[in-house]
Design a binder for this molecule. Structure first.
Ligand SMILES: NC(=O)c1ccc[n+]([C@@H]2O[C@H](COP(=O)([O-])OP(=O)(O)OC[C@H]3O[C@@H](n4cnc5c(N)ncnc54)[C@H](O)[C@@H]3O)[C@@H](O)[C@H]2O)c1
Ligand SMILES: O=CCCC(=O)O
Length: 493
């Protein structure tokens, strides 16, 4: 494969279409396949093998068989495989970007940004692999020695969403490889192609057979359900909706399976009266329109001080009006299609509901005519506090604005949600920024920043946004368990 993007046909022809089990690409046991569509055109891109329960079991068999030998591979070697994978993904950045744009719809410029972001998890954890230290200490009474070590948790099931096809996979696979775990990856059925290509890259980077097994499927529950109940599985790492996450947590409780849950969000974006409004608008464009608003981190509620709300809305609308809605492969595209008709209908329903409830439509507010699932960038002012659009994830390019008067009111509005992934705060007052960090119930805070994602930072939420952290120093811990060995007094007898 070349460094430059291949033409679509050649690129698609290079994507493996089988299941990856024990180092071999093979058809599903049932012989079934499913189709992957381009959300911008509705055209079928590729048909790929459709794993069923039998394939799921074969994948876990392979992961379980490879676990012991993989855990013994020196951490430096595991790190070097990750580093090699980082270099290969970077060399093929244009291919990964085009593939993501084709199957998910995001504009090419954003897809390139995701390649950089996704690849960084490989580099970060190639460096962290060698730092999973334990400790040795003398017990307080001096009579014994305490040896504390970190060990790989064992075979993991990784389930990823469709919205960031590369980064959501590398954010799990890289720390699992660094920790010495084997894996079964269940990629998103709407965007499995990037994971297929990435798995081929991991093979090329030297990952031994059986360490990473990949089972795309159109029957997620039926195929992964038995794995979650299988006592050989030691970890479930899920990224997706809170609704599915809740169900998987219930299933995981049967075997007291260790879990990481990266779930939904409902991010507040708070603009204080002392904020630099232009900087807040620039942050809002990122926090809202990155990935067409299809991000767990997307600002879902703009909570703006009443004294600057008109100015903020006017400037925000002007910037939004510059965003060209077009197929992601077109050079001018700034907003691609939503993932499917169901998602677009839900976005429209939330907008219609807010408007019929008294919100003022400043711009947009409708699906775009023609092929693909495009939705107009939309701005709503004076949204009523109890509106559905403020309590549900919009997952589209729609920004609802509500106003506040006092800091206490901003905090109350921002925390008024079951979610707690990220919040954004714009203010020139550092003390106020710090206070908001202390008062907001979220795992992450963007202070005068519209994006917080960074491979070196612990990504994750509180409340119903999930459990655990991905990235940062914390990310590898999700794949390690602590073992303590008590040693008798070496001076006794
Ligand atoms: N917190 C985060 O880091 C983060 C990151 C990305 C996306 N998300 C969230 O993901 C959601 C969007 O992604 P989605 O629509 O793919 O979510 P989803 O929950 O519908 O699906 C996520 C994954 O789970 C699989 N799945 C669905 N039902 C399943 C079942 N019964 N058993 C096993 N697997 C099952 C899907 O096939 C997919 O691979 C949003 O809520 C978004 O906020 C969260
Ligand atoms: O969709 C949520 C993930 C977004 C990110 O990692 O920046």
């Amino acid at each position: 494969m070349s460094i430059n993007a291949q033409p679509e046909g050649a690129l698609l022809a290079s994507v493996p279409t089988g299941l990856l089990i024990n180092g071999q690409w093979r058809p599903a046991a049932s012989g079934k396949t499913f189709e992957v569509e381009d959300p911008a055109t509705g055209q079928v891109l590729l048909s790929i093998a459709d794993a069923g329960p039998e394939d799921g079991k074969a994948a876990l068999d392979a992961a379980a068989a490879a676990q012991e030998s993989w855990a013994k591979v020196p951490s430096r070697e595991r790190g070097e495989i990750l580093r090699h994978a980082f270099e290969l993904v970077t060399e093929r950045a244009e291919d990964f970007a085009l593939l993501m744009t084709l199957e998910m719809g995001k504009p090419l410029a954003e897809a390139r940004g995701e390649v950089t972001y996704g690849a960084e998890f490989l580099r970060w954890f190639s460096e962290e692999a060698v730092r999973a230290f334990g400790r040795y200490s003398v017990s307080p009474d001096g009579k014994s020695r305490l040896l504390v070590t970190k060990k790989p948790v064992g075979p993991c099931l990784l389930i990823t969403p469709w919205n960031f096809p590369l980064a959501m996979a590398t954010r799990k696979i890289a720390p699992a490889v660094a920790a010495g775990c084997t894996m079964v990856l269940k990629s998103a059925n709407l965007t499995p192609l990037t994971s297929q290509l990435f798995a081929a890259v991991m093979q090329e980077a030297g990952l031994p057979a059986g360490v990473l097994n990949v089972i795309p499927t159109s029957t997620a529950g039926a195929t992964t359900g038995p794995l979650i109940k299988d006592s050989r599985l030691r970890k479930l790492s899920f990224t997706g909706s809170t609704e599915v996450g809740r169900r998987l947590l219930a299933d995981a409780s049967e075997t007291v399976l260790r879990t990481s849950m990266e779930l939904g969000g409902n991010a507040p974006f708070v603009v204080f009266e002392d904020a630099d409004v232009d900087a807040a608008v620039a942050g809002a464009m990122l926090a809202k329109l990155r990935n067409m608003g299809e991000a767990c981190t997307a600002a879902n509620r703009f909570i703006v001080h009443e004294s600057v709300a008109q100015e903020f809305a006017k400037k925000f609308a002007a910037k939004m009006a510059d965003m060209t809605t077009a197929r992601g492969t077109e050079a001018e595209s700034k907003v691609g299609p939503l993932i499917d008709a169901k998602s677009r209908d839900k976005v429209h329903e939330l907008v219609t509901d807010a408007v019929s409830d008294g919100a003022v439509l400043i711009m947009g507010g409708a699906p775009v005519d023609g092929p693909g699932y495009f939705y107009e960038p939309t701005l709503l002012l004076d949204v009523r506090e109890g509106a559905r659009i403020l309590s549900e994830e919009i997952f589209g390019p729609v920004a609802p604005i509500i106003t506040f008067d006092t800091e206490d009111e901003a905090v109350r509005l921002a925390n008024n949600t079951e979610y707690g992934l990220v919040a954004y705060v714009f203010t020139r007052d550092l003390n106020r920024g710090i206070r908001m960090g202390e008062r907001l119930e979220t795992g992450m805070l963007g202070l005068n920043a519209g994006v917080v994602s960074n491979a070196a930072a612990p990504f994750g939420g509180v409340k119903q946004s999930g459990l655990g952290r991905e990235g940062g120093l914390e990310g590898i811990e999700e794949y390690l368990y602590t073992q303590y060995i008590g040693i008798a007094d070496p001076y006794a007898g």
